[in-house]
Design a protein around this ligand. Sequence first.
Ligand code: NFA
Length: 103
Amino acid sequence: MPTSNPTTTPKTRTKPKIERPRLHKVILVNDDFTPREFVVTVLKGEFRMSEDQAHRVMITAHQRGVCVVAVFTRDVAETKATRATDAGRAKGYPLLFTTEPEE
Ligand code: NFA
């Protein structure tokens, strides 16, 4: 008669736990110098927004001081914020995009 092999009959199981990477917000910060249309152009180019979406985000930052543009994994958020900020700097504007982790 065959007997069961204890090494092949585990009594406990470990549940593989996959956690989603924490997402980071890219935030557009208002300033008094960067032209509105330039902000819209950067939003369209770097964040693939339509003219309408980009205009809404720009106006929200203009009126409230800041606006969340989008959320990404940390690396992507930081890269996009840096590229968008650099696009303004290249034209001599103080345009600023920052990032912060989501709760
Ligand atoms: N406040 C800027 C202006 O009136 C426009 C702007 C909006 C700049 C959002 C930066 C961010 N020209």
